[in-house]
Write a new protein. Sequence first.
Length: 117
Amino acid sequence: QVQLVESGGGLVQAGGSLRLSCAASGRTFSIVAMGWFRQAPGKERELVATITWSGGSIYYADSVKGRFTISRDNAKNSMYLQMNSLKPEDTAVYYCAARRASHYDIWGQGTQVTVSS
C-alpha cells in the first residue's frame, strides 16, 4: 500500500506564494504518476497538475499555468507544488494523489489553502 501526507497549506494574501509538499511512503515503486487536485466549497474536485514519477512529464490545468510549478524528488519520495501569484479563486482544499494504473486511487488527507483578497 501507499500512503500520502500533504503539508504546507495556510493563509496567504492575494499575490503571495505557498509551497505544498506531499510525502509518499510504503510501496512507492508502484507509483506511475502523482498529481495535485483541489476542491473548493460547493464545487467538484478538479485536477490542478500532474507529473509522471519516472519521466517527469507534466500537465497543468489552464487556470494555474504560468503560476504553479509541480516537481518531484524521487530520492525523497516527495512531490511539490509551488504556487505563485495566488488568487482568491485558488482557495480550496488541496489533495495529493498517486496513480498506480489507469486512475488516481491513492489520496492524501488534504491541506487547506486560503487566499485572502
